[in-house]
Write a protein that binds this ligand. Sequence first.
Ligand SMILES: Nc1ncnc2c1ncn2[C@@H]1O[C@H](COP(=O)(O)OP(=O)(O)OP(=O)(O)O)[C@@H](O)[C@H]1O
Length: 266
Amino acid sequence: MNASVKETGAAGRPAVSIRDASKLYASSGGELNWAMTGVNLDIGEGEFVCAIGPSGCGKTTLLNTIAGFIQPTTGSVVAGGQPVTGPGADRGVVFQEYALFPWLTARRNIEFGLKMQGLDAPARRARAEELLALTGLSHAAGRYPFELSGGMRQRIAVARALATQPRVLLMDEPFAAIDALTRTSLQRELLRIWQELRLSVFFITHNIEEAVFLAQRVVVMSAHPGRIREIVDIDLPYPRNRADPAFGALYERISAAFAQNEEATA
Ligand SMILES: Nc1ncnc2c1ncn2[C@@H]1O[C@H](COP(=O)(O)OP(=O)(O)OP(=O)(O)O)[C@@H](O)[C@H]1O
């Protein structure tokens, strides 16, 4: 049974608008693979959207398309009213693996993108100080990545992604490699930053509980080919309580959409 697909987000011009996007990959052996087909999705200004789905269903492909790292085979992606033709300062990206430069201190990692943008040293320094304070890492500014815990490194990765003042934050399983306790505190911090900066967030996760804790809408994807199966509204107030029966009911609903995925691909 197919659930209805609600594809539009908040009212007004969306921060990101994806229309009929698909991606065809050719493997090195010449085999063709539709990683994603017929994806329609709006991410509203200031909206928090999570994407969830089985491995290989095209989540990263979708995120990379919004980031401008890859171009869709068909369809279009518009961000801030402009067609996406490549990466841009308006879209910050955080990956699962801490993509920090090991030879730069936390502060210099944050400043890196600003240097590329041509900001002078005092302006870079001031912006880095702001972001270190925002992510609670002012005390670690002079440390190198190997001197930071996994959670601290991911905070620096978030600070670095925010340095250019993007309107959209794209996060590809950013907390997947972090221990459970640190992960819940990073989730709370991310929500605080999201609310403070009024960003739009597109966040990929394999963890249903994480999606229900964070998102206003959860996009459930199915594989072969990757497409949107269902979009679930999470209309719970923040901060959310995992013990709330309404939380549990949404968890079950998304689990059921997963089970449909498995039946469909069995
Ligand atoms: N550069 C590429 N060339 C060829 N095929 C690719 C490429 N990148 C991804 N694919 C294929 O596209 C499909 C979707 O991959 P993608 O990484 O987007 O999925 P995913 O949902 O993010 O997976 P996971 O949850 O395991 O990270 C997979 O079948 C994958 O093998």
